[in-house]
Design a protein around this ligand. Structure first.
Ligand SMILES: [Zn+2]
Length: 156
């Protein structure tokens, strides 16, 4: 699998499947072929518009996760990361809360979760964004995850 393959102008396959945990623990995180178009959609519909809006290069924290990797990091068994439908992002110098709000107001999504953000700490936490394969299935659910609890809406 060519990790340098571009899925969109600014993002490569390698960036959507890389994982420090997988590398450190020798866990295979190679997606099956049917995952690739879904990762491409995340690049085209989420990552590229975010990059264009903020004008800052960034690499996603986490995209695809194999079941083994997801289990290792304690992810939800139903994680959309395992389906290639979710990506976690943060951008240096950009408020994670503002990033989540911008995505909610400007992009299509299934679930948008502001995770582990601490008010006033610009770069704390990250934003989890997912997309269903069929646009009509996107539920547009925005939530905040803080202190191990999910709250409706984006709350700083
Ligand atoms: Zn996530």
């Amino acid at each position: 699998m060519d990790r340098n393959r571009k899925l969109s102008p600014h993002f490569t396959l390698g960036e959507l499947i890389r994982s420090e945990t997988a590398e450190r623990k020798g866990i295979d995180n190679t997606p099956s072929q049917e995952i690739i178009p879904k990762l491409t959609r995340l690049c085209e519909e989420i990552l590229e518009p975010v990059r264009e809006n903020y004008g800052v290069p960034f690499r996603p924290n986490s995209g695809y996760r194999s079941v083994a990797l997801n289990r290792e990091i304690g992810g939800s068994p139903k994680s959309q990361h395992c389906l290639g439908e979710a990506v976690d992002i943060e951008i240096a110098g950009v408020s994670t809360y503002d990033l989540a709000k911008w995505i909610r107001e400007n992009l299509d999504f299934d679930q948008l979760i502001l995770e582990c953000y601490h008010r006033g700490v610009t770069n704390s936490g990250w934003v989890h964004v997912s997309l269903k394969p069929e646009e009509a299935d996107n539920r547009h659910i925005a939530m905040t995850y803080t202190n191990r609890t999910y709250i409706d809406g984006l709350v700083a």
